[in-house]
Design a protein around this ligand. Structure first.
Ligand code: HEC
Length: 208
């Protein structure tokens, strides 16, 4: 019995020539690609430039530019500064929810270094990282809420910026919470509302 010829033997010569020509075309096309696209004269973000009068490569956003992340928002909300400098009041409404959100975010992002009470004694510090100044230090008690927002937004000395990790809304919540934390650590019995105070005085662990 005659065996059937293997399948490939049936491919006509013309088809093989066509494939070869196709391959040759691809090789020639690839050879045409230089590294011009990679090596072209361009600037990296924050690089300086001779081209623009201000010497910076990056262009400032046009007035009225809307952030894809934050939407169209008040510059004070994004920078923590107004015409007089660092703001002394929250640009968002102070609510219990805001402070609770601030506490949650602070405990996640800041307490590892600044400590849960803000004393600068977090776990990372106990493992050798430089200790930040306590938030209960007089200089920081006097610092405005805008100062805390600014430090998170721009970074501070060895501490990197949190702008890309913590959205502006949460940075205000944290700044508000730090101010509340400072009050809580420097509170006296007189700061407690009378009804709660009576409850505290009558409780087992008496507060004096
Ligand atoms: C990895 C540790 C670390 C984390 C996490 C961290 N910080 Fe800091 N922070 C530091 C250190 C260290 C300094 C002091 C840096 C210096 O003086 O060079 C500092 C400085 C600051 C200051 C300025 C204090 C001053 O002396 O004026 C503020 C405000 C602050 N941090 C707030 C925050 C907030 C809010 C968060 C959370 C969003 C946070 N930090 C998270 C380590 C940390």
């Amino acid at each position: 019995m005659r065996r059937a010829a293997p399948h490939h033997a049936a491919i006509p010569r013309s088809a093989i020539r066509l494939r070869f020509t196709g391959l040759l075309a691809i090789v020639l096309l690839l050879a045409g690609c230089g590294r011009n696209m990679v090596d072209q004269a361009n600037l990296r973000p924050l690089e300086s430039s001779q081209f623009f009068a201000d010497g910076a490569g990056m262009r400032p956003p046009l007035e009225g530019t809307v952030s894809r992340r934050e939407g169209a928002v008040d510059p004070v909300f994004l920078t923590g500064q107004d015409a007089n400098g660092l703001v002394t009041e929250l640009p968002v409404e102070l609510t219990l929810e805001l402070l609770q959100r601030g506490q949650e975010r602070y405990d996640i992002f800041c307490a590892v270094c600044h400590g849960h009470t803000g004393a600068g004694d977090g776990m990372i510090v106990s493992r050798g990282f430089p200790a930040p100044t306590s938030f209960h230090d007089q200089r920081l008690l006097d610092a405005s809420v805008g100062y805390y927002f600014g430090a998170m937004t721009n970074g501070f000395g060895r501490m990197y910026s949190y702008a890309s990790r913590v959205p502006a809304e949460d940075r205000w919540a944290i700044a508000g919470y730090i101010k509340a934390l400072q009050l809580s650590q420097n509170a006296t019995l007189d700061d407690v509302p009378t009804d709660v105070r009576l409850e505290l005085e009558n409780s087992e662990g008496r507060v004096r």
